[in-house]
Ligand binder design. Sequence first.
Ligand code: 3H9
Length: 699
Amino acid sequence: MTKLVHVERCDGIAIVRIQNSPVNALSAQVRGDLYNALQSLSKEEAIVGIVLAGSGRGFSGGADIGEFGGPAGSFRAGEDPARVTALIEEIDKPVVAAIHGFALGGGLELAMGCHARVASAQARLGLPEISLGVIPGAGGTQRLPRLVGVSKALEMMLSGRPINGKEAALIGLVELVVDDDPVSSAIRLIKNRQAGDGVGHATRFMQVPGAGKDNQAEIEKARSRATSMGAKSKAALKVIECVAASVGQSFDEGMALEREAFSQCLESPESAALRHVFFAERAAGKLDTPGASGVGKISTVGVVGGGTMGRGIAMSFANAGIPVRLLELTEQKANTAVEAIRLEYQRQMDRGKLKAAEAAGRSALIQAARNEGEIGLCDLVVEAVFEDMQIKLEMAQRLGRACRDGAIIASNTSTLDIDRLAQASGRPADFVGLHFFSPANIMRLVEVVRGKGTSANTLATVVEVVKRIAKVPVITGVCWGFVGNRMLEPYLREVESLLLEGASPSQIDHAIEGFGMAMGPCRMMDLAGVDVVAKVVEEQAKEGRLPEDPLYRIVSRHLASVGRHGQKTGEGFYRYEGRVAADDVDTHSLVQAMAARHDVKQRQDISSEEIVERCMLPLINEGYRLLAEGIASRSSDIDVVWLTGYGFPQALGGPMYHGERLGAAHLLKRLSHYGSTQGNIWNYWTPAAMLAAHAGGNP
Ligand code: 3H9
């Protein structure tokens, strides 16, 4: 078996390097190899000190998350995850961690178990376990408070946010911060110690700093914050319990508590879901078909359209340091959009989210284009004009002519046929869909829509640039609405059916938010604009895509037709006082009248369970259809779309993961139940063939 830890001896100092690409995860084998290497070095007389480092991109990305769920080598096999740090503390030679790149989770815990730490200024140090629904399980909850105090330790562990080397030095997490190679500085630190300069002590013997009363107050404050952390609440409360033990109990007692709490978190369904989310996000950008001969370099981006979407898209690229030219119908309109973006950056600066230099730098990267010729020189041009097929077809044609050879042309349509647009451009190989979500500068999801003719290089290049702008690319095929909006359609259909049957908007939103969605569907439609929502339905009607069901989405269409456009007009599904939504008797009367006209019997007994099931089942069912059609290539891709684009609860891992937990047989049974109670109009409740097949194999 290849050794994952490499030892080099140099002038009495041993340099122990973890070599487990890509992130030096501390797998069972790495922990074993580390233990053996350190134990044997502790006995070598010629060795006076040990430097612990990582090879490649960083020190260590922490425990191997892939091992958390499996039996082989997993922490459940009974191994003490803190065995290596316990050994280091027994070694009577200085062991110094030299941190470059990143030291995260178990990686930072390993470093904290050393006698001292040297970090490069740009290195990122953190305990992000909370994002996986677990707590630091290798002594982090006991050593971090001893090194940096209760308040900072809680902040780092509850937010999961890493800090850089400089900040780490300021708070006492590392002894030395350097601009060059931390390994040479660690060696110097050990050698100076021989000259009597001193190197730190084992952290376990330190006292948690600060007065007991202040620490207690911090712990109480954290407790109240933890209860509202959704999927992360359970782990957050365990972190706090362990930190409280670091103050009031012995190190060994704290370690025992931490170990127990770590195991409990690891077994929780929330952690399983969050780990699924971690790997799903990383898998989403993976190309399923080889064939790209190279990833093109995107150095400049053109954006066509200076509306809300166009501006947000321009900002997304500028935020990552990529220069943008923005084209509008007239130069004056383009200047207006650029000025609006400058004001937005200014606002972010005023709110303390950006430094003045950052705001100025980002603004300067976005300039108005005078004509298509200027846009045509860019490496990538994203069209974000009005969502209307004729307008988009015309724009695709113009961009096909204007863009230089080798440039990529992308449409930001949220529903329209990318293949028709690609054809209109005359350059299908260069054409792709890039569906950003609103507000584009904030939302992380981008659906990358691969047309029939999109070349492998075009696809690989846009996936790379989407990652570069810190967004999550999910590759989809071409169909109406791609993955997200196509699944949204049956979800909203049921929302409107429930309204007709007598549920109120707040009753529906309450049930769906109780399920965990970030926002209930009625509030969401009011925020997006009921007119916008209704227009999407009307466009489908024009294309003959709607089911022949007289009740199909009639509520939103009717509300839009009477001017109830949502939050922006003060009334939609709700009535608004500012942004506060309240159920409205007028909506109630309108919907009641509609129900009477169409002979829909209203009832009082609609439960939250029914609301959740009727909204979620068709959504999951549609997900199976998308998989079978090859529009989505992985079920985890569908999860990522709903988690990052629609506020699906992380604790449930995404609709497909949730569906799998419920079980195919259960889904089938409930679909059949609603098929008989609701009437299976237009096969609304017919299970997708793939789902039925799953249930057949797993009754
Ligand atoms: C922990 O440490 C518990 C402890 O308390 C101990 C308990 C006993 N394990 O993100 P990237 C893979 S919990 C396994 O695209 P980047 C990742 O899946 C852990 N695999 O790179 C991907 O694989 P693939 C606490 C991991 O440069 C590849 O590495 N630590 C791990 O954008 C590249 O990843 C964390 O939560 C891992 N720990 O970012 C840190 N980490 O190529 C999690 C990554 O097959 N990791 N992979 O798709 C990160 O935050 C980022 O990966 C990192 C690099 C910043 C390190």
